[in-house]
Design a protein around this ligand. Structure first.
Ligand code: ADP
Length: 359
């Protein structure tokens, strides 16, 4: 396993910059997830690490070696693609062995031992004599991972590897990837647009938007303390609510100004609260102590069994509130919302940056 250091990496196409001065340190053995919406530059970044795209500017170091301009095969990496890219006419065994037979100096018994070991880890030993068209999507994905494993690379790169699988299989394969990472202690850089994959798989997550790195951190740190409004809305499902600063609430405004400074009272500033962090004053004695209050009207209540979600209109903003499954709320009813102030985030109206609490 090896650490990866991206230092001021840029990618320019003729009239377009896809990645802007990216600085990112991936520790040896870390599971780093690059996540962001379509077109944010995450695949381009992965392909630059792999050597499949030229690096326009900056420096790339893998395992202490400058590989900015090295050929892909000189980087000691293995990449697993969304499309699997298996050879259709070869057996599973040959798909896994082929690269080593062609490019390594390993003996046949050594190669065989590696294929058998990878097949066992991935639980596909009984499939070794089949061809790709005789496999399910999940099995093909395992073969593609197996082909990477047998090479024993320093770094694994995954490009949306689970996108072609159905929801149930995706959940299962997430568990499998986590197990492999734990067992082998390998360094992984994993690209996905799916924030659930990012939250559940990453040791750390790097959130990108518009070719720029927005924030890097442990999943729960990013969930609790997003650095920008973009990160706040991208990470977490259901999405974070963005409530206006209450205009008619003198005590609430005074409290906010006192805690976050006058910037928090500027027009357009928004307060970020996740659905589980908004209280209902009517039936929550603890939340009644909240200094911030909003009047709203219940639009809809969805009772999911273990919990309920209430859609509440506050002025022209919709707010989603998670509540107990038997919460006494009906459509059309007026209610008062409160805030879990220990979890409140305040975003600057202009920059979208989270405001720090005043010391
Ligand atoms: P993501 O993986 O986050 O969906 P990409 O890294 O594929 O995004 O693309 C980032 C940006 O770079 C996009 O705006 C895309 O259109 C652009 N881009 C990607 N490849 C090329 C290319 N070969 N030529 C020009 N622009 C490209």
């Amino acid at each position: 396993m090896a650490a990866i250091s991206l230092q001021g990496i840029c990618k320019r196409y003729r009239d377009h910059t896809a990645v802007h001065h990216l600085d990112l340190e991936v520790q040896a053995g870390e599971f780093m997830v690059l996540v962001g919406p379509s077109g944010c530059g995450k695949s381009t970044t992965l392909r630059m690490i792999a050597g499949l795209e030229d690096i326009s500017e900056g420096k790339l170091v893998i395992g202490g070696k400058d590989v900015t301009h090295a050929e892909p095969h000189e980087r000691d990496i293995a990449m697993v693609f969304q499309s699997y890219a298996l050879y259709p006419h070869m057996t599973v065994y040959m798909n896994m062995a082929f690269g080593l037979l062609r490019t390594s100096r390993l003996s046949r018994p050594e190669i065989d031992a590696r294929v058998q070991d990878a097949a066992q880890r991935l639980r596909i030993t009984e499939l070794l004599q089949r061809r790709p068209n005789e496999l399910s999507g999940g099995q093909r994905q395992r073969v593609a991972i197996g082909r990477a494993l047998v090479r024993k690379p320093k770094v694994f790169l995954f490009d949306e590897p689970l996108s072609n699988l159905d929801a149930k299989l995706r959940t299962h394969m997430r568990g499998e990837l986590e197990r492999l990472h734990d067992e082998l202690g390998i360094t992984i850089v994993y690209v996905t647009h799916d924030q659930v994959e990012a939250m559940t798989l990453g040791t750390r997550i790097a959130v990108m938007d518009g070719g720029r790195l927005q924030q890097v951190g442990a999943p729960m740190d990013i969930y609790r303390a997003p650095a920008t409004r973009f990160v706040a809305s991208f990470i977490g499902s259901p999405e974070m609510n963005f409530l206006p600063v209450p205009q008619d609430d003198g005590a609430g405004r005074a409290w906010l100004g006192d805690r976050y400074g006058v910037d928090a009272l500027r027009p357009g500033t928004v307060l970020g609260l996740r659905p589980e962090e908004v209280g209902l004053a009517a039936n929550d004695a603890v939340a009644a102590a909240s200094p911030l209050r909003w009047s709203g009207v219940v639009q809809r209540v969805e009772r999911l069994g273990a919990e309920a979600y209430a859609q509440i209109r506050v002025g022209d903003v919709g707010v989603l509130v998670r509540a107990a499954p038997d919460v006494a709320l009906e459509t059309g009813q007026s209610t008062v919302l409160t805030a879990d102030i220990a979890r409140l985030r305040v975003f600057d109206s202009q920059s979208g940056l989270a405001l720090a609490e005043r010391a």
